[in-house]
Design a protein around this ligand. Structure first.
Ligand code: 5RP
Length: 228
């Protein structure tokens, strides 16, 4: 799955897509050079907003979307949705540790369902949750805004947290993606990559522009500066 893709992955958040034409809009953003579809699931309980569930994920697969679907669960409780999302075609399922009664069990449920597993950290959630479960984690997702809404500004102290997460991952020697989500755009993507992220969720910066390819190309050229 993700490990076979290139160094930097761009994952548009469909929270900012055109819901009335979702399949078409997701097709368009992928044809514009995106790598992964970021799928934000909100339950009006863990976060104060309500989005979509496994049926919409399946509808995207039925429509013909073959790119990895990166499901970010902002829900509590978590476990009962995992088999539904796996069956609906999710590739990665990530959850917030505070929303699970048993983090190790939830990670194992995701792995057993055939998906890659991610742990998500709000801006004020400690990275110490990683300590005993790194062997079951494929993706560490750092929120750079408080979850619930698109279009918020990147919280600057996330850069330091990204550096800390990068060190934890590198020290572990494991093949774990470091994903960042919230307020990511052309103007700050290079700085965020320099801090250690290698997977970038971006919603409003892409979907609120008429030319998705122009935005994604501009992000890639910023990332190329970091790589060189
Ligand atoms: O998870 C999210 C909010 O909870 C969104 O994915 C995130 O905020 C991306 O949107 P934007 O790029 O517009 O900030």
């Amino acid at each position: 799955m993700l490990e076979t893709l290139q160094k930097y992955l761009i994952a548009p958040s469909i929270l900012s897509a055109d819901f009335a034409r979702l399949g078409e809009d997701v097709d368009r953003v992928l044809a514009s050079g995106a790598d992964v579809v970021h799928f934000d699931v909100m339950d009006n309980h863990y976060v104060p907003n309500l989005t979509f569930g496994p049926m919409i994920c399946k509808a995207l697969r039925d429509y013909g979307i073959t790119a990895p679907i990166d499901v970010h669960l902002m829900v509590k409780p978590v476990d009962r949705l995992i088999p539904d999302f796996a069956e609906a075609g999710a590739s990665i399922i990530s959850f917030h540790p505070e929303a699970s009664e048993h983090i190790d069990r939830t990670l194992q449920l995701i792995k057993d369902s055939g998906c890659q597993a991610g742990l998500v950290f709000n801006p004020a959630t400690s990275l110490s949750y990683l300590e005993h479960v790194l062997d079951k984690v494929d993706v560490v997702l750092l929120m750079s805004v408080n979850p619930g809404f698109g279009g918020q500004s990147f919280i600057p102290h996330t850069l330091e947290k990204l550096r800390q997460a990068r060190k934890i991952i590198d020290d572990s020697g494991r093949n774990i993606r470091l994903e960042v989500d919230g307020g990511v755009g052309v103007d700050n993507i290079a700085e965020i990559a320099e801090a250690g992220a290698d997977m970038f969720v971006s919603g409003s910066a892409i979907f609120n522009q008429p030319d998705y390819k122009a935005v994604i190309d501009a992000m890639r050229s910023e990332l190329a500066k970091v790589e060189s």
